[in-house]
Ligand binder design. Structure first.
Ligand SMILES: [Fe+2]
Ligand SMILES: [Fe+2]
Length: 314
């Protein structure tokens, strides 16, 4: 009998009332059951029920991957260009694609298809955030049902590209920042649960042994990515330096950062402060302005503060 392999996809990327050209499965009682057959769509009522039941994933056959990507591409393009779709709807489909892409990359960081999906997701996030300013608040500060690291990666992505835009960073570099931001912590996700737990603790609370373990997430994954010709060097450099600062106390002890590197690191520190200390965005910013002085340029810290005010985050 043919051995089928299934790939998870977030249900927000399939949507109701939209015909699929491939079978969609749910995983129930240890088996994959065909839930939607090709040429059909999911009724809205059924779809809402699944979401209420907190079902977050469908499955597709691995051999249908190209069909799924085509489906998703046209669905997202239509939604993002639609005059009737709400910002919430636009946000949901783009974050669903981003979450699916990050999850897949964490499973296999070297996969070209997953990298490609991440790159496309980051393009869509840029379009979403730049064309719909309200979407920032829809993403930032929302719990992601795909877990804290993915939620954090999305926050870092949207805030970094906004800050980069305000600092007049080139479109090409914004593109690199957005992809790197989605990928930057996959090194933590692919490690065992205990190490991923360190992500949830404030950095200053880590003892030297824990800190050394935590720092490994910047290095291990880089070796793997560096061998892949399809991953651009600027993206790898950004991921590698995302925990560095101007005083050289990061894992690689770098003291010089390019503006894109400094932006990614600053936003990463800020979002981690909000998350690990469970404090509101304004309190986190006040702490950042004091604790990180010297780690980042004062001008950049002030510009970041102005951006958060403008976006009504603080
Ligand atoms: Fe990190
Ligand atoms: Fe991070």
């Amino acid at each position: 009998m043919e051995q089928l392999t299934y790939t998870p996809v977030r249900i927000t990327t399939i949507k109701s009332n939209r015909k699929v050209s491939f079978p969609v499965y749910i995983f129930f009682k240890d088996q994959y059951l065909e839930y939607v057959s090709p040429g059909n769509s999911i009724e809205k009522e059924k779809y809402n029920k699944l979401r209420k039941q907190k079902i977050t994933k469908f499955f597709i056959k691995e051999s249908d991957e190209d069909n799924y990507q085509q489906f998703l591409e046209s669905f997202i393009e239509e939604t993002l260009n639609s005059e009737t779709a709400s910002v919430e709807e636009k946000t949901e489909v783009v974050t669903g694609m981003s979450e699916t892409a990050i999850e897949r990359l964490a499973d296999d960081p070297a996969s070209e298809a997953s990298f490609d999906m991440t790159r496309k997701a980051s393009k869509n996030l840029q379009k979403l955030v730049f064309e719909n300013p309200e979407s920032l608040a829809n993403i930032f500060g929302q719990d992601s049902d795909s877990g804290p690291i993915i939620g954090h990666s999305l926050n870092v992505c949207v805030l970094s590209i906004k800050l980069a835009k305000s600092k007049k960073v080139s479109d090409e570099e914004i593109d690199y920042i957005s992809t790197a931001a989605l990928m930057h912590d996959i090194g933590l996700m692919e490690r065992n649960k205990e190490e991923a737990k360190l992500f949830e603790l404030p950095k200053d609370d880590l003892d030297p042994a824990q800190r050394a373990k935590y720092n490994e997430h910047c290095k291990g994954v880089i070796e793997l990515l560096s061998e892949k010709p399809y991953i651009n060097k600027p993206i790898i450099d950004l991921i590698e330096s995302h925990e560095e600062n101007l005083q050289g106390s990061g894992p690689l002890k770098m003291k010089k950062l390019t503006l894109p590197q400094e932006i990614l690191s600053l936003v990463n520190t800020y979002d981690k402060t909000c998350f690990t200390k469970k404090i509101d965005p304004k309190t986190a910013l006040n702490e950042l302005m004091i604790d990180q002085l010297g780690n980042y340029n004062l001008k950049l810290l002030n510009d970041f503060k102005a951006l958060l005010k403008e976006e009504k985050i603080i």
